[in-house]
Design a protein around this ligand. Structure first.
Ligand SMILES: [Zn+2]
Length: 383
């Protein structure tokens, strides 16, 4: 999901639209414009296209509203949502954290489909109202289509397999019932695989029965879901293997730090060329950490300005760095590893940088824990 356009930011939430959304809007507009003449005849062709694009654009807005509903409820449960992305298969709200209770998980998951169902009801009421007055058969048809499309969106998302909303509701239920969030997540991911195979099978049957595009589309969605369910399963297992590990156990302690007053040129000559590190906490003269500098920040300084630019000017500032306490559970910290933070977590104690955690450190720990677990009695993560 690299090639997106940021639509806008509000309260720390970035809404990104992937280029593939254009394909979806166009497909829906086209299908709507080509069916409308049958149900509301007598308009010029161009009017059907305008109506088709309006309907498709409103559908995309409904998709965004669905994701915003997830985001709003997640934030209320104390989980930050840095980004929402709209793309070919719908929307994704990226959560920087996990639900703390099955109840929170349920509410977060159910909010999206609930909103889509509400939208569906609103459009159905509008369609009924318009039909009663008989003002515009075309607008009536578009509203009726939007009611149906939002209902389908809600029902599809309620299919009980992760990572669909229904899968997260299933997870909340299993978690509530057995009290084990990890086992519940594995169960939901497994259900996601079953749902995916069913969709692929259904798509193939439809394809063979002659509905070529509909069948292929369904099978494609199933295949996509299968991949996502596998990723989900791998992520859950990785998280399970990190259970009980604290940040201090994986961090590289006593990181090499650099003074914030150092020029970029000196930094390259004396530090980057000399040792193997690619990220350095930046320190104030009193020893407190004020930022983090990585190769990415150095790269943007034009060579002629290296002598006059200080590290303080280019470093990722303290308030945008990913930080952690040494005693924090690693599972909760992993989600802070992000490109925007130099893919590093700086471990802080009394405002000083006492360690650094990279994605490679975490991956190594997962490998080691999995190796150590081989031969142990089967736990909830096996099978
Ligand atoms: Zn959803």
């Amino acid at each position: 999901m690299e090639h997106g356009v940021a639509l806008g930011r509000m309260r720390g939430l970035t809404v990104t639209v992937h280029w593939s959304v254009v394909v979806i809007v166009w497909l829906f507009a086209w299908s709507l414009a080509s069916t409308l003449p049958g149900s509301a005849p007598g308009y010029p062709d161009a009017v059907y296209w305008v109506a088709g694009f309006c309907g498709a654009a409103l559908f995309a807005a409904g998709l965004l509203a669905h994701e915003l509903a997830h985001a709003v409820v997640a934030r209320r449960s104390g989980i930050p949502v840095p980004e929402i992305t709209l793309w070919l298969f719908g929307g994704v709200a990226r959560l920087a954290g996990e639900a703390k209770t099955p109840r929170d998980e349920f509410r977060m998951a159910a909010a999206g489909p609930a909103l889509s169902l509400a939208l569906s009801a609103v459009f159905a009421a509008v369609a009924a109202g318009l039909a009663g007055t008989g003002i515009s058969p075309l607008a009536t048809e578009v509203a009726a289509w939007l009611a149906a499309a939002n209902a389908v969106l809600a029902v599809f998302n309620l299919l009980p397999g992760a990572p669909l909303d229904g899968g997260r509701i299933l997870r909340a239920y299993l978690w509530h019932r057995h009290g084990d969030p990890v086992r519940a997540a594995i169960g939901a991911a497994r259900a996601g695989r079953v749902v995916a195979y069913l969709l692929i099978g259904l798509g193939l049957v439809e394809f063979l029965l002659g509905s070529l595009i509909g069948g292929a589309w369904l099978a494609f969605i199933g295949w996509f879901l299968l991949t996502a369910a596998r990723d989900e399963n791998a992520a859950v297992r990785a998280r399970a293997s990190l259970a009980g590990v604290r940040v201090a156990a994986v961090m590289t302690p006593n990181p090499r730090t650099v003074p914030e007053s150092l020029s970029v040129q000196r930094f390259i000559d004396d530090h980057l060329l000399g040792d193997r590190h690619s990220a350095y906490p930046v320190t104030h003269p009193d020893g407190t950490c004020t930022g983090l500098v990585t190769l990415a920040q150095v790269r943007v300084v034009p060579p002629v300005e290296r002598d006059t630019t200080r590290l303080a000017d280019i470093a990722i500032p303290r308030n945008r760095m990913a930080t952690a306490d040494p005693g924090e559970p690693l599972v909760e910290v992993v989600q802070r590893l992000d490109r925007s933070t130099g893919n590093r977590i700086v471990v802080m104690a009394a405002d000083r940088a006492i360690g650094v955690v990279t994605a490679a450190d975490v991956a190594r720990m997962i490998d080691v824990r999995n190796l150590a677990a081989v031969g142990q009695p089967a736990g909830p993560g096996n099978g």
